[in-house]
Design a protein around this ligand. Sequence first.
Ligand code: ZN
Length: 223
Amino acid sequence: MVTVTISGADKSGSLARISTFLVRKGYRLGAQQVAESGSGAKLVKVSLDVSQVDKAKLAAEIGGLNPDFRLVAVEGAQSEANLIREMAERFPDIAPLVRAYAESFSPETRDQELFQAGKKIGAFNYEKEWSLGSPLKMPVALRRTLVPALEKLATVEATDTSVTLSDSPFWGGSNQVNCCEFLTGFIRGFLDAGPLTSDTRVQKAACRARGDSHCSYTVGYVL
Ligand SMILES: [Zn+2]
């Protein structure tokens, strides 16, 4: 359960309006109540039957319903550690989880946190799916292990030193938090986990978030 608090609910009928709206958006609602802030303004509190919400999206939707409404708090959302565990379990269907994770950080630290989370999931994926085969060197490792792993997430084009995703699920459009740095970390963690590919450098080379036609990552290594 996640409880959201919305301010600007002073007009009568606000609670009903917000609840109806959330149900229409597909949420199952738990407890709903009108509370009062310290200054006497009315707040609507509604519990949603989900483990996390896309804060930015919900805030925009609530504001769209009525400009007076403002999402002021989201409580009870899953912890970051739980989200990472869930990413490991649900791979490759992880883009919504990665986005929820990204939204729990401020813009200043978000990319770094995404990179670190990606690294964990990349390493986990390598250990789980690929560590039993004989270790491969670059660029064979890229072609035979990294690319198939990434292909579970999106269509991938690869060279010996780069991977390109024309439609990365981590770029969610211009009104969404960009999560492409998760993949930088994923590739890095994945290759680090391979005994013969632990000395690679991974960089994001192009990104739809900055106007490029695709997202791509370069992988540097010494043969
Ligand atoms: Zn991107």
